[in-house]
Design a protein around this ligand. Structure first.
Ligand code: GLA
Length: 386
């Protein structure tokens, strides 16, 4: 992949690029908790976005996407969101850097990679993080990784229109081989949790579906959670987020106002509890316990938070009936993408085959699968190799 990016770069721009790699991620548990100041448990994977970059002598920005075989040209003064374009992710980051007053000049950039798009593995965060890391290296800006994560998240808000939390950008930048990361999205403190899997593999089953309401419904969920907090806050001004809200407070102040908002907020509070339990189980070597929490997480996501879809529900229900699966749930924002499954190693191939056949038979659709390898976070390609 890196040689392909270099080849494309040299063919178009005739200089040697600086190369950066930024991975996709999985999330074991803790979904839709990040923007509610809760906990998440992601890990970076071995699928990644690669960026080749070099300065230009002028103020222009020339982008080329290897995946779409498409170019996009603008200039520093004219950076703006375009309708439905892959260029929004790198340009959103440029916009953030400019707003923060970092001195940039024009540059050439080629990007490509193998993080499946729309699979809930954060291909967009990987593009944002590889771009900001590459620009930071190219211009020696000295930005910390946590600040890069925050700016990449803002880029997604302003240029992609998704009011996302910080999980994806954090996971891509901070990943470590063999570890998950327990991130407290309130304090931004994090802990590396060893993934000692004892013959269990993390398997992603991709519905290959992405329903178009994903981003609008995502923003609606965010608003519903904020509304719930506001109602509790009216009586308890010290409350800042759902992190401070108990089920009791929710029942008292939110249930009478709006049952749907109540249901959404309850999901978030319970998901944080499930994460804390599941994480403890993982640390104690009791992976079965984490698996049970994952099944419960899916129930909540599907019935209370209502961000699943029939294709995801089908694959989780299928997995639940198989003894070799310890846990399964939808992963990421929802409305399509992958399920994440904890599967006994000896049965991985059989599960993938059986799930694929059933998916085809029942829904007439093609499923794909990926056994996740947990890898390192964003970095320059030559440094990652050494
Ligand atoms: C998307 C967002 C994340 C997070 C997840 C749901 O991936 O980008 O910030 O909210 O959905 O957990």
């Amino acid at each position: 992949m890196t040689s392909e990016i270099t080849r494309l770069f040299k063919a178009r721009f005739h200089t040697e690029p600086l190369l950066v790699r930024s991975p996709g991620r999985v999330n074991l548990i803790g979904e839709h908790t990040d923007y509610n100041e809760g906990f998440v448990l992601p890990a970076a994977v071995d699928k990644a976005v690669y960026v080749g970059i070099d300065r230009r002598p002028d103020e222009e920005i020339h982008l080329f996407s290897a995946d779409f075989q498409e170019k996009f040209t603008t200039s520093l003064a004219k950076v703006a969101p375009a309708a439905h374009s892959w260029s929004n992710y790198p340009l959103g980051v440029v916009d953030q850097l400019q707003k923060a007053g970092y001195p940039l000049s024009g540059f050439n950039l080629v990007l490509g990679g193998d993080v499946p798009i729309g699979a809930g593995m954060s291909s967009s965060a990987a593009v944002e993080c590889s771009t900001i890391y590459a620009l930071n290296e190219l211009y020696g800006l000295g930005i910390s990784k946590m600040d890069m994560a925050k700016m990449a998240q803002q880029a997604e808000h302003t240029f992609a229109g998704v009011q996302c939390g910080i999980m994806d950008q954090f996971a891509s930048l901070f990943g470590k081989e063999g570890y998950a990361m327990k991130l407290d999205c309130r304090s931004l403190e994090y802990e590396y949790v060893p993934l000692e899997m004892k013959g269990i593999r993390i398997v992603l089953l991709n519905t290959n579906i992405k329903h178009s309401l994903a981003s609008s419904e995502y923003n609606t969920r965010r608003q519903q959670c904020a509304q719930g907090v506001a109602w509790v806050q009216a009586a308890h001004p010290e409350v800042r987020s759902l992190r401070d809200v108990s089920i009791d407070l929710l029942d008292r102040y939110v249930a009478p106002k709006d049952p749907v908002v109540h249901q959404r907020c309850r999901y978030v509070i319970q998901e944080n509890e499930r994460l804390l339990h599941g994480c403890r189980d993982l640390q104690n070597g009791h992976i079965e316990g984490l698996g049970e929490q994952m099944f419960r997480s899916h129930e909540g996501l599907s019935k209370d938070y209502e961000v699943s879809c029939p294709e995801l529900d089908f694959l989780v229900a299928f997995a639940k009936n198989r003894p070799e699966v310890l846990g399964a749930r939808m992963m990421g924002g929802g409305f399509g993408g992958c399920t994440i499954n904890l599967v006994r190693e000896a049965a991985v191939d059989a599960l993938i085959e059986a799930a694929g056949n059933a998916y085809k038979e029942q829904l007439g659709l093609d499923m794909t699968a990926y056994v996740a390898e947990i890898g390192i976070g964003t970095g320059r390609v030559e440094e990652l190799k050494s």
